[in-house]
Write a protein that binds this ligand. Structure first.
Ligand code: AP5
Length: 219
């Protein structure tokens, strides 16, 4: 399956993507995680992306699209993928369509996670991620690690992301409303959007997502 996950910052896209990708046996491709890995490795790409990320702005399309295409062309993504954080504006969605068309394949669904703004702010404020792997995500209240500050999965140090400050989160939400939300209408016109509430326990949201994707395939 080829799926796009969409939703505001802090909606739980990364958290859900980890479970959904495992259940569906497809790779989880997060452009945010790819940028963060480049930043921690000190690559030129990471240096280019950092200022935009710290400001809560989108990294320019030419950089992002090239990085996403490169990742999607790797062998593990040939038969499907779960995209998290890409595309993030209509230009990126058009570039993805072009890429898929050139390979004679299509998206199966766009899973839209709906969460009220006050909840995403709470989720972001308490988020802690692992220095070894930013896919290992915790929350100080909703999903606390067994030992404070230590990743349950790999014992890595947990930290708060640089772009999780109140001011940056406000900018990220605004960028989401103005630049990313329009892709929902773009994909709705293609009949691809499945919207679910992402409120409630993580496992309940995963169950709701799997059921919505299954129903979408049957329709
Ligand atoms: P990115 O890393 O994609 O950030 P984001 O979209 O803002 O999303 P988040 O990672 O903040 O949240 P999430 O929805 O994954 O939530 P999570 O699962 O962690 O992008 C960062 C930056 O990179 C962008 O601002 C931009 O600069 C750049 N970038 C990335 N992609 C780009 C692109 N395509 N183009 C241009 N620039 C790009 O959950 C949040 C918290 O809530 C966690 O603590 C979690 O434990 C908790 N939680 C999750 N689910 C639940 C639940 N059901 N109940 C209670 N708590 C929950």
């Amino acid at each position: 399956m080829r799926i796009v996950l969409v939703g505001p910052p802090g909606a739980g896209k990364g958290t859900q993507a980890a479970y959904l990708a495992k259940n569906l046996s497809i790779p989880h491709i997060s452009t945010g995680d790819l940028f963060r890995a480049n930043i921690s490795q000190g690559t030129d790409l990471g240096k280019q992306a950092r200022a935009y990320m710290d400001a809560g702005q989108l990294v320019p399309d030419e950089v992002t699209i090239a990085m996403a295409k490169d990742r999607m062309s790797q062998p593990d993504a040939v038969n499907g993928f779960l995209l998290d954080g890409f595309p993030r504006n209509v230009g990126q969605a058009e570039a993805l369509d072009e890429m898929l068309k050139s390979e004679g394949v299509m998206l199966d669904a766009v899973l839209d996670l709906e969460v009220p703004e006050d909840e995403v702010v709470k989720r972001i404020a308490g988020r802690r991620i692992c220095r070894n792997d930013s896919a290992h995500v915790f929350h100080v209240t909703y999903n606390p690690p067994k030992t404070e500050g230590v990743c349950d999965t790999c014992d890595g140090e947990l930290y708060q992301r640089d772009d999780d400050t109140e001011e940056t989160v406000r900018t990220r939400l605004e960028v989401y409303h103005t630049q990313t939300e329009p892709i929902i209408d773009y994909y709705r016109a293609q009949g691809l959007v499945v919207t679910i509430s992402a409120l409630g326990k993580v496992e309940d949201v995963t169950k709701r997502s799997m059921e919505a994707l299954k129903k979408d395939r049957e329709d």
